[in-house]
Design a binder for this molecule. Structure first.
Ligand code: NAP
Length: 460
């Protein structure tokens, strides 16, 4: 399949692009490798200047970038603007802190002196999803370019305009050709890229299926990978939760980005004492959302990214109902042009229902009622995923205790303000491994080299 920008609000094809030819792909990889040889010798100050310039340009052109996200994948315009500005902040964060994160660290051996130093790996191949068409790119471009690596990026097939705009951004900011390269390539070509000896590391954000395929291929080549995969985060409502605060977050946590977020709240687990009240108020709040054109600021419920994404979600909801789940609301496509899904609540999901384990990537709530806190923790942990989750209680110490007991990479107490440039992002289990953002994110693809110095006698 070629790269296609299809407006999911209307179904209209806007632009399409062919895959790179073999010769074009070879030229891109050769340029990325040649540029690495000079880029790795540039100073942190020089790299920071370019990355900070890219951040400033992104802020200045936020409306243009945001519009492309709305057109390519249906993101509501205010959310798209927020994503663009946050992406620029991530670039600036690495521009500011990258050198300090990678500074030599002193060690204290018994004899002599020692330190660790950091050097870039080389060309890093990044495979990225459409749901945050800029944020995902900033999460890899900021740290890896600051570290002295160069990156070649395969973005998702449905967001080619965003992918091209981001590559242009870095060139406009003064990055040399080959520092950041967008590759319009097929999965088969992606395998060739992974096999290519010039590629020294592979970062994926995407589905579990993609993770299995890409990590296996990289593993055959003994190349380091980081995997940011799916999630099915629990939203645990304890008996003492403040519903006035929890309900707006529940709506946001499930509906932000039309529900297409890896760490979205997907399984709502409420303890018996508060379950009815929570569910009634959550349903009322969801009913108030207004579907419409993502470009219209009044719209509070946008389309899914593609028609295929909608069909897949409808299939999952049908399978859940066939498996015995009850539909409290929604479950169908919205009767209007474009790829819109009704806001949906599923209840009575038994452990043998496929919905119990699957990730719903859209506006579908899975609601569970449990006896008490211990049962809530047990259910939260009964998942193949381990990305994030949240706990709602007026007792913060209790919230922290529950957070510690849930097996995920990230937990939130009384908020789900997931992402910040400084906060490491990532999961465990089928949600993957490795971290992006923060200090940890820049360490993923650098060689941590030990250097020990000092004259001391050889042991006899
Ligand atoms: P996807 O199908 O895995 O696509 C993600 C990227 O991987 C796209 O660029 C896709 O390219 C590419 N891809 C898929 N299979 C591939 C293969 N065999 N070889 C090479 N490239 C391959 O994911 P999605 O379903 O569109 O995206 C949503 C998923 O990403 C969800 O599961 C979500 O939870 C996860 N996600 C995770 C995070 C995180 O940080 N943990 C963040 C955002 C999203 P094509 O488009 O060309 O197929």
């Amino acid at each position: 399949m070629t790269y296609q920008s299809i407006n999911p609000n209307t179904g209209k094809l806007l632009k399409s692009y062919e895959h790179l030819t073999a010769a074009q792909l070879e030229k891109s990889l050769a340029t990325a490798e040649a540029t690495f040889q000079t880029w790795k010798r540039t100073s942190y100050a020089h790299r920071a200047e370019i990355i900070n310039k890219a951040a400033a340009l992104m802020h200045a052109q936020a409306d243009d970038f945001a519009k492309l996200a709305a057109l390519d994948m249906g993101k509501r315009i205010a959310e798209a603007r927020g994503e663009v500005n946050f992406s620029a902040d991530i670039l600036a964060y690495y521009g500011k802190n990258g050198a300090a994160f990678l500074a030599n660290t002193k060690l204290h051996p018994k004899h002599g002196e020692a330190h660790m130093e950091s050097s870039p790996f080389g060309v890093i191949f990044c495979v990225e999803p459409w749901n945050f068409p800029y944020y995902q790119l900033a999460r890899v471009a900021g740290p890896h370019l600051m570290a002295g690596n160069t990156v070649v990026v395969k973005h998702a097939g449905c967001v080619p305009q965003c992918a091209i705009a981001f590559e242009k951004l870095l060139l406009d900011a003064g990055a040399p050709v080959g520092a950041y390269t967008n590759l319009l390539i097929s999965h088969q070509q992606s395998d060739q890229v992974i096999d290519d000896p010039r590629i020294k590391g592979v970062a994926l954000t995407g589905s579990v299926a993609a993770g299995r395929s890409i990590a296996a291929r990289a593993g055959q080549n003994l190349k380091k990978t980081s995997m940011e995969l799916g999630g099915s985060d629990a939203f645990i409502v304890l008996d003492d939760a403040d519903l006035d605060k929890a309900i707006p977050w529940a709506v946001w946590g499930r509906m932000y980005n039309a529900g297409q977020t890896c760490c979205a709240a997907k399984r709502f687990i409420a303890v018996e004492a508060i379950a009815d009240k929570f569910l009634a108020r959550f349903k009322t709040a969801l009913e108030a959302l207004v579907p419409g054109d993502p470009m219209d600021p009044k719209t509070t419920h946008g389309p899914l990214s593609t028609e295929d994404a909608l069909l897949q979600l409808l299939k999952q909801v049908d399978a859940a109902v066939k498996g015995g789940a009850k539909l409290l609301m929604g479950g169908k496509r919205i009767d209007r042009p474009g790829s819109f899904m009704q806001t949906t609540i599923l209840t009575d999901i038994a452990p043998n229902n496929p919905a119990f384990r699957d990730e719903f990537f859209g506006p579908v709530v899975s609601f569970y009622r449990v006896k008490d806190e211990a049962a809530a923790i047990a259910l939260a942990n009964d998942s193949d995923f381990g990305l994030g989750g949240s706990v709602w209680t007026q007792d913060e110490a209790r919230g922290k205790r529950v957070a510690s007991a849930v097996d995920t990479g990230m937990m939130f107490v009384n908020n789900i303000d997931w992402s910040d440039a400084e906060l490491p992002f990532g999961g465990i289990k089928n949600s993957g491994y490795g971290r992006e953002l923060g200090n940890m994110g820049i360490q993923e693809f650098v060689n941590k080299k030990l250097v020990r110095t000092g004259h001391f006698p050889a042991p006899v």
